[in-house]
Structures are given as structure tokens and as C-alpha cells.
Design a protein around this ligand. Structure first.
Ligand code: IFM
Length: 804
């Protein structure tokens, strides 16, 4: 069953049936102003803070066909009355002749044909602007003229998204709407919660005189509120009531009488939804976007931004589905996760829910460095502001207020209140940024540590390099009985929450990789004594891991407070965990033979046609000693589900041991493009990675959920570009060392790096997975695999010959 197709030429996915199995969305704007639009034009828009400054009401839990946030009605006058329908399919659910929802980069365009009326609506937030634009063109494709009205509608929410759902008296008492008309007859409907009036006036307007309006939902729906969004009673009347609501459920509905449209004739209307603190000041900006030319320019600028972004890395491999992801959808998702972290999606509410996650964003940053390194640095700086002086980090924070908290670890008093991994990820992010840009000055930038009690504790600050060293120090000192890092409340796997005293093999390995990065950086900077010290730490951790954690066929995953292993063949449930295997290789700790055995075990026990499971077998019943993982049935989420974020780590591990065939097989198993024909069982958007797919212990094996905001995006992108295609920035230049399927004869990549363009062609005449025999740069044979830094704005031709 297919619901659409990829249009790579236009960098879009086109949904051709609005009745997708679950809601499919696209992001517009960013955290400053924006949100998402679904495949039937519904929208969730907020400004600055998705939890505390929502503008329109979108309740994901409502049935698919219900009105959510925003829609558009069209109305044709007939002799017997009005025919009312929505060109977005919902909420009127009419039969359509054509439906196309073009999921573009930063915009959604819906083109539909109902009753001979063609509608095209482009929905976007202009770059650096705080307004949602809907550019609507309606064409009469009938043989006869039609009398047409168009009624765009939004439903407002209380700015506090949770309160909207939990306080049914206070919320409606605070909501108010007002109408303003200017000399040209344009109406602006404003709406605000009484207490927020001056710093949050929402408005909705169009560039066409408005004949009448409605601001009260009950009146709009009619019949005492018993009519539905699919048949609003008020749309049977010539005009709306022009009522300015002083309480209640506020909406904004703008009635436009377009008059007679002859056959083939079109009309264009542009609506704007925004929020301002002063409507008079905002007027100028509103006027600007009433002009079609300015809207076209803004849309052109948005397209240019994305084209420039994507042009930084373009691949041409023998696999079309891989090209589609790597050239368009995967880097787009990386940028979306960088922008939104875990703040707002169909599944996330905003801070208080998850907000900006320290570990999440540190990993997200690494996915965009090749395209927008300075955006990455900005986020890294924010993250470093919530690192504590002891080197550990606050788990999540609100990027507007910089208020931070310790995540779920707050909830259990008998468990540690920190996560053992958070602060180590930032080392990977900073080192990747410097390798990409060469901006070593950044290491000297002073950034304060996070301190809630600023009054009592004068703020301490340190430069970025010192922040990184404190990260290392925290873990170095925070070890348990086996000399392995203590687990804290959890490590990357949020849901294994063991009593105090447990140790984490994942954090041991992450510590190993962080140390390797620090050793490489400090060697480059010439700090020999710290390098020496870190090498000893690395060796010690490596010895402990190999002494205590090898289980015969794979590495164990945790030791609990009693020293019992989890992820061991001795366990009944959770015998083997993928991360303990992949990360023991990524850290460089595993000797080659163990690496091979561990990866064979992953293949044997964890790999499925839909991806690699996080663990096996799933726990079957809640056990407070193990924590959240046991709250899921076997096969779901972290409990034996296919947790996609961990799949690219296995791909990377396979490339490290030289198995390009398996690395690519694992890449393919989760490539969403390949799900396009299996949407019936998978259900989610085929143009971005989800967080999880149900595993084979679950009756709905193959069902995906929690798309968009997942670390999967960044890591699959890194696995593909840096490890399978093997193109890695280093302090000294671009290292090229592919690990590809044997059947590939080669591939090409164009990559911008340090102010030059590298046109790379890899040839693989001997059909091998790994091995570089010859490197020619601009016609000259060079030694080694590192292509120099040119910094000359020119193109450079790089020819790689693979061979033993
Ligand atoms: O690592 C976490 C992530 O931070 C949030 N989602 C779940 C992952 C695995 O537990």
C-alpha cells in the first residue's frame, strides 16, 4: 500500500492520499516561531516555547479526520443553498478528484481538486520571520461559473498547552478576541489570554477584504455547539456574526466573498498567523506580507536556503534509496532535530516534557556540522551553559529561559540524580565541530557553568577546553566496584534505572571514545602530559572492560548494585544488548576477535528484516528493580524493540571491522524510503526516521512510531557519510577511507570542507569492502588517505582507488 512518492527533482515527498494510517507531518519555521503542518493542513504553531507559548490548538490524540489547529473551507453558492467543503480533505471528508500534499523543505504545499475547484496552498514561515503564511490560489475548473467564498479558520489555544487541557474554567475565562479593520477593508482578528495581552497578541489576517468574521467556536459550529467542524452551521448563512468573544473557545474565521469565478478563472489570497506584542508596530510587517511579490520572494529565499544547505554534501552512490535519503531527507531531518531537539512533535509537548536534551542535542549537532557548522557551534555553546562545575550536565533545559532540570531522575528519590553519559557527548560534538571548521579559538571561549543557586554560589566560568576536561574528570572519579562508570539514574538507555551502585558498560565505552577524541585533540595542540594521563585512563578502562564484561559470545551491558551482570547469557530476559557490542568496538576497547564474535551475536540474536533490536529477549512484566524498560511489553521500545538510534552504531562497528556488506544491509533495513511500499504495516512517514519500530516479539512487528525528533537522524547520517562512504573531517584534512558493499564499483561525493569543494570519485575495481590503494589529488599522487585543507574557494578533484 502506497500513500505517495518521492519527487527528488523538487526535493519533495508527495502524499497522494490524505488518509495516511497515522498523521504525517512536516516542520515549518523553528523554535523562535513555527511548528508543524500535517498532511491535511492541520497545524500546531508556537513561538519560543512549545509548552508555554502555543498559538493554535492541536490535539494529536483526536481521531485522524478531526479538525486540528487550522483549516480552510470553500463554499459554492448553489440554488438550494451552499455546498461547503475543505480542500484539505479534513474536516469535511468529501470525495476528492486529486489530492497532493507536497512535503517540501520548510514548506508544505497542498494541491487538491474537489467538485471541479482546484486549490493550491503553500504553507511556510519565511526565514527569520515570525508568521505562518498560507498562500492560497483557487481555480474554477468547471465548465460553468461558480460563486465562491473562502473561509480560512484557526482555533486558538491557551498559551500554556497543558493548562488548556487541564483547567476548563480558568482557561476559557481568560480568552479574548477583537477585530480591527483598516481603511482598505482588511480585517485583523486578534486574540490573547487576558493576562498575556501585551506580550502575546495572536493575530490572523488576510490580504483580501473580509466580509464578516467569527471568533467564538460555539457560534461558528452553531446548533449550540452541537454541529461539528465537518458541517459548521454558520457556513450555511450568508455571513458570520462579527462577534468579538470575551471568553470561551476562541477561533478566527475570516469570510471572504470571492464573487463569480468564470471557467478557468483563479483568485489568490494570502493569510498570516502571527504573534506580536504591539499590533501597531506589527502593522508594517503585516502589510509587507499582504503583497504577493514579497511572499514569493520569501518563499524563494527559503528554497535558496535549503538548496545551499544541501549542496554542501551531495552523494551519488549505486543505491537510489540511499541517495534520496543522503541528499535530501536525512540532512533535512538532522537540521530539524538540531532546531527542535525533543521539544515539539506529535509525541512531545515541550519543556517539562523533554525540551532540549543535553545528550540529544549534543548528538544532533554532529549531524549538521557538514552543512551548517556555525549553527552547531551556537547550540554547543548553549549546551555548555548547562554543564555543572563538577563536569556532569543538567539533563534537559528550556532554550529560551535556560532553566534546566535533571530529567526523570528527579522523580525517584532512591535513585541517583544524574545521567552518567550526558556530559561525555559534548566532547564528541566539540571535537567534530573543530575538525569541521578548524576553529581552535572556540576552545578558549569562556562559558559559565550551570548553577541554580547563583546568589549563594558565585558563577564560575571556564573555557570550552576546561569544560571538556571536567567532563572527563567527572566520569574518571565516578566509578564502581569493577572500575567501570557508575550508571547514575541511567545512561543513553533512559529506561534502565537500577538501584544506586550499578555500573554502565555503555558509559565505559562512551568514556573511551571521549578519551580518544581528547587524546587526538590535545596531541594536535601539543599538550603531551595530559595526553599521557588520558592514555592511562583509556588503558585502565579498556582493561576493566575486557576483564569483567566479556560473556563468552558478547559483552554484558550493566552490573547491578550487587555486581550481577545484565545482558548476559545467564539472564532469562535481556540476555544481550546491541549497544554493549557496537560501543565496545566504537570505543576501540574490543580486541578484533571479540569484536567479530560480538557482531556475529548481534546478527544472530538481534537483527531482523526491520532493523536491529536493542535487546533480547524482552522483559515480561514490570520490575521496579530494573525500571522503565520493564514497563513495555516484550518487543516494544527499549524492551526488545527496534530502537533505531542504536542501529547506526552497529553499522559503524561493522565498518570498523571492515564488513561493508553487513553495514550496508543494516543501513537498508531501516531506510525509510524502502518502507514506502510497506506503509500498511509500518504506518509512519517514509521520508524521515522514526525513533522505534516494534520488534519480532511483538504481535505488530514492523510498526513504526515517534518519527522526526530522534538521534537516529544524526547517527545514520554519520554512519553513512563518515563510515560507509568513509569521508571524515580531521584536524589535518579530509580523511577518505570507505567501507562499502563489495558489489559497488564505486561512488562519487561532492563535499564542501574548509572553504573548498572536494569532488571525490571512488573506484572499486577489485570488488572489496575496505582498503585504499591510491589517492590522487588534482592529478598528483599523494601519500596516505588525508586530503589536505585548501581553503581557497576552489574545486579540487580527488580520485580514490580502492584495493589491498
Ligand atoms: O537516549 C534516549 C534519548 O535521550 C531519548 N529517547 C530515548 C533514548 C533511549 O532511551
Amino acid at each position: 500500500m502506497e500513500y505517495g512518492y518521492f519527487d527528488n527533482e523538487n526535493k519533495e515527498y508527495v502524499i497522494t492520499d490524505p488518509r495516511t494510517p497515522v498523521t504525517w507531518i512536516n516542520y515549518i519555521g523553528n523554535l523562535k516561531f513555527g511548528g508543524f503542518v500535517d498532511q491535511t493542513g492541520g497545524a500546531l504553531i508556537c513561538k519560543g516555547d512549545p509548552a508555554l507559548n502555543r498559538i493554535i490548538k492541536y490535539i494529536p490524540q483526536l481521531p485522524n479526520g478531526d479538525f486540528k489547529g487550522e483549516t480552510l473551507y470553500l463554499r459554492v453558492k448553489e440554488t438550494t443553498g451552499y455546498k461547503v467543503f475543505s480542500p484539505f480533505y479534513t474536516p469535511t471528508l468529501d470525495k476528492y478528484d486529486l489530492y497532493q500534499c507536497h512535503v517540501g523543505l520548510g514548506y508544505t504545499k497542498i494541491i487538491s481538486k474537489f467538485y471541479g475547484i482546484r486549490t493550491e496552498v503553500t504553507i511556510f514561515v519565511p526565514l527569520d520571520e515570525e508568521r505562518e503564511i498560507r498562500d492560497i490560489t483557487i481555480t474554477n475548473n468547471n465548465k460553468d461559473s461558480v460563486m465562491l467564498d473562502i473561509i480560512p479558520v484557526v482555533e486558538y489555544t491557551h498559551f500554556d498547552a497543558l493548562k488548556q487541557l487541564t483547567n476548563a474554567d480558568w482557561v476559557p475565562q481568560t480568552m479574548q478576541s477583537k477585530a480591527y479593520k483598516n481603511q482598505d477593508g482588511y480585517n485583523i482578528l486578534t486574540q490573547y489570554a487576558f493576562m498575556k495581552k501585551n506580550n502575546g497578541i495572536n493575530y490572523f489576517t488576510s490580504n483580501h477584504p473580509v466580509a464578516s468574521f467569527e471568533t467564538d467556536r460555539k457560534r461558528f459550529l452553531g446548533n449550540n455547539g452541537y454541529s461539528s467542524w465537518s458541517k459548521p452551521y454558520s457556513l450555511m448563512q450568508e455571513n458570520l456574526t462579527n462577534y468579538e468573544a470575551f471568553r470561551g473557545d476562541n477561533i478566527a474565521a475570516l469570510m471572504h466573498h470571492l464573487g463569480e469565478l468564470k471557467p478557468g478563472e483563479s483568485r489568490r489570497i494570502i493569510t498570516q498567523l502571527g504573534q506580536c506584542s504591539d499590533l501597531i508596530v506589527e502593522q508594517q510587517a503585516i502589510e509587507k506580507y499582504r503583497d504577493e511579490k514579497n511572499v514569493e520572494k520569501a518563499f524563494g529565499d527559503l528554497k535558496k536556503f535549503w538548496n545551499t544547505f544541501l549542496d554542501n554534501i551531495i552523494v551519488d552512490t549505486p543505491d537510489d534509496a540511499m541517495n534520496t535519503m543522503l541528499n535530501i531527507h536525512n540532512p533535512r531531518q538532522c537540521y530539524i532535530t538540531k532546531n527542535w531537539s525533543r521539544d515539539l512533535s506529535l509525541y512531545q509537548l515541550g519543556f517539562g516534557g523533554r525540551g532540549i536534551g543535553f545528550r540529544d542535542s549534543s548528538q544532533d549537532v554532529m549531524g549538521i556540522l557538514g552543512h551548517a557548522p556555525e549553527d552547531g557551534r551556537e547550540l554547543i555553546e548553549k549546551l555548555l551553559h548547562v554543564q555543572k562545575r563538577d563536569g556532569s550536565a543538567m539533563h534537559q533545559f528550556n532554550i529560551t529561559t535556560m532553566e534546566a532540570n535533571a530529567g526523570d531522575s528527579r522523580e525517584k528519590e532512591d535513585r541517583p540524580d544524574y545521567y552518567s553519559d550526558d556530559h561525555l557527548w559534548i566532547i564528541l560534538a566539540v571535537c567534530s565541530y573543530i575538525k569541521e571548521t578548524g576553529n581552535f579559538d572556540f576552545l578558549m571561549k569562556e562559558i559559565p557553568f550551570y548553577d541554580k543557586d547563583k546568589e549563594e554560589n558565585p558563577l564560575e566560568s571556564a573555557n570550552v577546553l576546561e569544560h571538556l576536561k571536567r567532563s572527563i574528570e567527572f566520569t574518571r572519579k565516578d566509578t564502581g566496584d569493577h572500575g567501570l562508570p557508575l550508571l547514575g539514574f541511567a545512561d543513553w538507555n533512559d529506561t534502565v534505572n537500577l538501584p544506586t551502585g550499578a555500573e554502565s558498560i555503555f558509559t565505559a565505552n562512551l568514556f573511551g571514545l571521549a578519551l580518544k577524541e581528547m587524546i587526538e585533540l590535545l596531541s594536535y595542540l601539543g599538550d603531551a602530559s595530559t595526553v599521557q594521563e588520558y592514555k592511562m585512563c583509556y588503558k585502565l578502562m579498556q582493561d576493566n572492560l575486557n576483564k569483567y564484561c566479556w560473556d563468552g559470545e558478547w559483552y554484558v551491558r550493566y552490573f547491578d548494585h550487587n555486581g550481577e551482570a545484565l545482558g548476559s547469557r545467564k539472564n532469562q530476559h535481556g540476555k544481550i544488548y546491541a549497544n554493549a557490542q557496537s560501543w565496545s568496538i566504537i570505543s576501540g576497547f574490543a580486541p578484533f576477535e571479540r569484536a567479530i564474535k560480538a557482531l556475529n551475536s548481534v546478527n544472530k540474536y538481534l537483527s531482523t528484516e526491520h532493523g536491529i533490536k536493542l535487546s533480547y529477549p524482552g522483559y515480561n512484566g514490570y520490575n521496579p528493580e530494573k525500571g522503565g524498560i520493564t514497563s513495555y511489553p516484550p518487543g516494544a521500545k527499549e524492551n526488545g524493540g527496534i530502537f533505531l538510534h542504536s542501529n547506526p552504531w552497529v553499522m559503524i562497528a561493522e565498518t570498523i571491522v571492515g564488513n561493508g556488506d553487513l553495514a550496508f544491509q543494516y543501513y537498508n533495513q531501516i531506510n525509510p524510503v524502502k518502507k514506502n511500499m510497506k506503509v500498511g504495516e509500518y504506518e509512519c512517514e517514509p521520508y524521515c526516521y522514526p525513533q522505534n519500530i516494534l520488534g519480532d516479539e511483538h504481535p505488530e512487528f514492523g510498526l513504526g512510531r515517534n518519527t522526526w525528533l530522534s538521534g537516529t537522524a544524526s547517527w545514520v547520517y554519520q554512519a553513512a557519510i563518515k563510515f560507509i562512504l568513509g569521508i571524515q573531517p580531521t584536524y589535518k584534512g579530509l580523511n577518505i577511507n570507505p567501507c562499502i558493499p563489495k558489489t559497488w564499483k564505486g561512488f562519487k561525493v561532492t563535499r564542501t570542507f574548509r572553504n573548498a569543494i572536494y569532488e571525490i570519485e571512488v573506484n572499486n575495481p577489485d570488488n572489496i569492502c575496505k582498503g585504499v590503494k591510491q589517492v590522487i589529488v588534482d592529478g598528483v599522487l599523494i601519500d596516505g588517505e588525508i586530503i589536505p585543507i585548501f581553503n581557497d574557494r576552489k574545486k579540487h578533484e580527488v580520485k580514490i582507488l580502492m584495493g589491498q
